[in-house]
Design a protein around this ligand. Sequence first.
Ligand SMILES: *Cc1c(COP(=O)(O)O)cnc(C)c1O
Length: 229
Amino acid sequence: MDDQLAERLAAVDARIADAARAAHRDPAGITRIVVTKFHPASLVEELHALGVRDVGENRQQELTSKRGEVGPLDGLSWHFIGQAQTNKARAVREAASVVHSVDRARIADALNAAGTPGREVLDVLVQVNLTDDVGRGGVSPDGVVELADYVAGLAGLRLRGVMAVAPLDEEPARAFERLAEASARLRSIVPDSDWISAGMTADFPEAISMGATHLRIGSAITGPRPTRG
Ligand SMILES: *Cc1c(COP(=O)(O)O)cnc(C)c1O
């Protein structure tokens, strides 16, 4: 077991608790997802032994192979946080408990069609693009209600909330404010879809202060990512 891993995890959790307290929020209402992308499956096993129950991956192939490698780990949820391609929807649905990155009707349809009627529904979030660059993942804030309305009509999916990545060239708190507004609009059509997935290594305290319920934290916990060839 890597002692430093346990130390980094504890240090991040302490910072989460501090930020929650400062925002007058209960830390128990915040889910910390450890982003394990680029790292070997053994890291997921180590994290699980340390009590981690939520991990995140951003590529379907890596998610599928890592999940197969570690086998069933008690209570572990796999979150898919990357750009989803329609032709990979079936594989994503098989491996993930939650998909954070639904940003168009087509991917919602593909994830919905990949389910089995009568079986478990898939938790999904609508990804919101907080940048001006339309090439980035996510629906524009103006399009959130229309997409959410569409997703809410699909029987195999359960709309849980919104997700975003803060732009690099803006104060994260300002960007997360727009995400909180998008969340409010989404709750006006699906009242209990109150998850806000936001906050990474560089900006999770700001995300907590703006209401994030799900943090996606990688390198602050895992250490630097190995480069991928
Ligand atoms: C990699 C990644 C993260 C985690 O990034 P860190 O800066 O390592 O915390 C969070 N969200 C998404 C969508 C990512 O791709």
